[in-house]
Design a protein around this ligand. Structure first.
Ligand SMILES: [Zn+2]
Ligand SMILES: [Zn+2]
Length: 237
């Protein structure tokens, strides 16, 4: 049976599944549980509901796929989330490390009319303030900052993990999507880059979550599931 209106909880799950899908990670219950930092039984129950409501299918190996309806719903909610974040930073002037959780709350309650007005208000901005494309499918592939060789030219593409404590950390470190510079030192514990004349240092585990374009570029590699924590709960670093 297909349900026209996903619940807030269903939308949260569809959103997480879409993030996994976008990052090239297998859509499985285990990865969903990791990304949402929820227990396996909780996730299992909700995935059953999403399946019954016609948003996903699961094969014998428990691999999850979107139905056409599910994919559309997931794209809609993710796009709305990123649009709201861009509106909050560009129109309301809220710092980019403070908009993710606000968007999490607003994204479920917005009318199509308000969404249209917000779209008009952000002008030609094509990503959220953390570098994710507002239109699904427009993602530019990058490599983890942690993989880049010393001396390489880099441009910050996006933060793969939008947990707010991590965003606060990146902001304090001076790392921002769109900024360009050079990889200075890449050590076991820390990575130091120069961005627009400033030195910025982040831990290696944080550098795993920052996607960049690099020249020369290391080979592409998908993120690790535990790095895609979308909830506000702690991010281990
Ligand atoms: Zn966000
Ligand atoms: Zn964002």
């Amino acid at each position: 049976m297909s349900n026209e209106h996903a619940t807030v909880a269903e939308e949260e799950y569809l959103q997480t599944l879409f993030w996994l899908h976008e990052a090239g990670l297998p859509m499985t219950g285990a990865n969903t549980a990791r990304a949402m930092q929820l227990s396996a039984p909780t996730v299992h129950e909700m995935l059953g509901r999403l399946e019954r409501d016609g948003y996903i299918t699961r094969d014998a190996e428990r691999a999850i796929a979107f139905t056409a309806t599910g994919q559309q719903h997931a794209e809609d909610i993710v796009s709305r989330h990123r649009l709201i974040e861009r509106f909050l930073t560009d129109v309301l002037g809220i710092p980019w490390d403070e908009v993710h959780e606000e968007a999490e709350r607003l994204e479920h309650a917005m009318s199509p009319v308000l969404e249209e007005r917000m779209r008009a208000a952000i002008g030609d901005a094509s990503t959220c303030p953390h570098g994710h494309p507002i239109v699904a499918g427009a993602r530019i592939e990058g490599v983890p900052l942690a993989d880049v060789a010393e001396g390489a030219q880099i441009r910050i593409l996006r933060f793969e993990n939008e947990a707010e404590d991590l965003l606060h950390y990146l902001k304090a470190a001076g790392v921002e999507p769109g900024h360009a510079g050079t990889m200075r030192t890449s050590g076991d514990a820390e990575v130091t880059i120069e961005l627009d004349g400033r030195e910025c240092t982040v831990t290696r585990s944080v550098a795993e979550t920052v996607s960049v374009l690099a020249d020369p570029s290391p080979p592409p590699r998908t993120a690790l599931p535990e790095q895609l924590v979308l909830a506000k709960e702690r991010y281990g670093r």
